[in-house]
Design a protein around this ligand. Structure first.
Ligand code: HEM
Length: 356
């Protein structure tokens, strides 16, 4: 049986809802901290995200006032954000019934080639994204938020962790379930993160949305048992980097590899993940990845892939299309997630959209 068929079989048997937290190897980092970070929006605060997360997707129940629900959600998130918790609210397409004030790219996440989206862990009108330096703190913050929104319908929940969470050379790194270091391809400065991830004026977006970000969540199940049967060398050729981040041509992890010197992919295969994701080393994909691992037992482990961008098409979608047919595809199965929009800090956006 191929690894993908096993993933699909496991998917059918999958239990919906929250998964267990894997605490092993998770290192708590102080939240963001240096100068300038204090005012950063919660979703981009700190070079490395906090090591624990819970994502809760809600549907606005029929009969609830949209304006009241948005206000309640905003207040509930504001009450928990700060200190050892960084939390934000993101809006799905369903939060914009009139469409006139909707961010221009916001839509229901499509099913990409190979996806098997499970409706019970996909989409949602609102996303509460709660991160923190301890699993307990995140759980408490999540329960407090849900009490304030008890009239709304929970659609799905997902718990995540970032094992070996750390900052190196300005980048937040962690270890994914395939044992590879994640995060080297992200920007090294807060200014560059903001540049890639936040909407600016002149981009055709409603004015309330300026300073906000498109957030993509993909619940990606990984066939870790099959992966672990490959040699480390094979795994590294599938990813296109060594586990620790060094490039296959020996270039250190913090520098740019020169793919032009390897046009036929002898050293770094043309269907490797990094080569597909970012073929032009001078123009990295305009997105910031801040993903978490999830672990719901031996048959269901993977990534809560999460990325932020100012433009969904140039950011996530362009990369996702290029990844079609990559060597890693047979070890992965996307079963959920959604497209959301994180409003800018403050509450001007709320006044602009809640009463429109
Ligand atoms: C299927 C699960 C995935 C795994 C296990 C995975 C793993 C990795 C690893 C190990 C790296 C190299 C280190 C780094 O730069 O972070 C990487 C880079 C990257 N990945 Fe993924 N990834 C996955 C899914 C995705 C998806 C869905 C996207 C976007 C559609 C994506 C976009 C990228 C980008 C843009 C880079 C940076 C490339 C570079 O600048 O060199 N990845 N990924």
């Amino acid at each position: 049986m191929t690894s993908r068929r096993r993933l699909l079989t496991a998917s059918a048997a999958m239990a919906a809802g929250a998964g267990g937290l894997t605490a092993v190897g998770v290192t708590a980092l102080p939240n963001g901290s240096p100068e300038g970070q204090a005012k950063a929006p919660a979703h981009l605060r700190g070079a490395a995200p906090l090591p624990y997360a819970q994502l809760i997707s809600l549907d606005i129940t029929l009969g609830s006032e949209r304006a009241d629900t948005l206000r309640a959600a905003h207040q509930a998130i504001r009450a928990i954000d700060g200190g050892s918790v960084a939390a934000w609210l993101a809006l799905g397409e369903g939060a914009f019934p009139s469409r006139t004030d909707k961010p221009r790219h916001l839509k229901r996440m499509p099913s990409f080639a190979g996806d098997v989206l499970d409706p019970v862990q996909s989409h949602g009108d609102l996303l509460l994204h709660i991160t923190g330096s301890s699993a307990r703190g995140v759980r408490q913050a999540a329960e407090q938020t849900l009490r304030a929104l008890s009239q709304q319908q929970v659609r799905w929940r997902a718990d995540g962790t970032r094992p070996e969470n750390r900052i190196e050379d300005g980048r937040g790194l962690s270890r994914n379930p395939f044992h590879f270091t994640e995060g080297h391809g992200n920007p090294a400065t807060a200014a560059e993160m903001t540049e890639r991830a936040t909407v600016r004026t002149g981009e055709g977006e409603p004015s309330w949305a300026v300073g906000g970000s498109y957030e993509v969540i993909r619940i990606i199940r990984l066939a870790t048992d099959f992966w672990d049967r490959d040699t480390i060398d094979e795994q590294e050729r599938i990813i296109g980097r060594r586990r620790e981040g060094r490039w296959l041509d020996g270039t250190p992890s913090t520098e740019r590899a020169v793919f032009a010197a390897d046009p036929h992919g002898k050293t770094t295969p043309l269907d490797s993940h990094v080569r597909r994701a970012a073929p032009d080393r001078r123009n990295p994909p305009p997105m910031v990845r801040r993903s978490y691992n999830y672990d719901r037992g031996p048959d269901d482990q993977g990534l809560i892939f999460s990325c932020f961008q100012s433009d969904l098409e140039k950011g996530f979608e362009a990369v996702q299309h290029r990844l079609q047919g990559e060597a890693m595809a047979k070890y992965t199965l996307t079963t959920g997630g959604g497209y959301f929009f994180v409003p800018p800090p403050g509450d001007t956006w709320l006044r602009a959209i809640a009463d429109s």
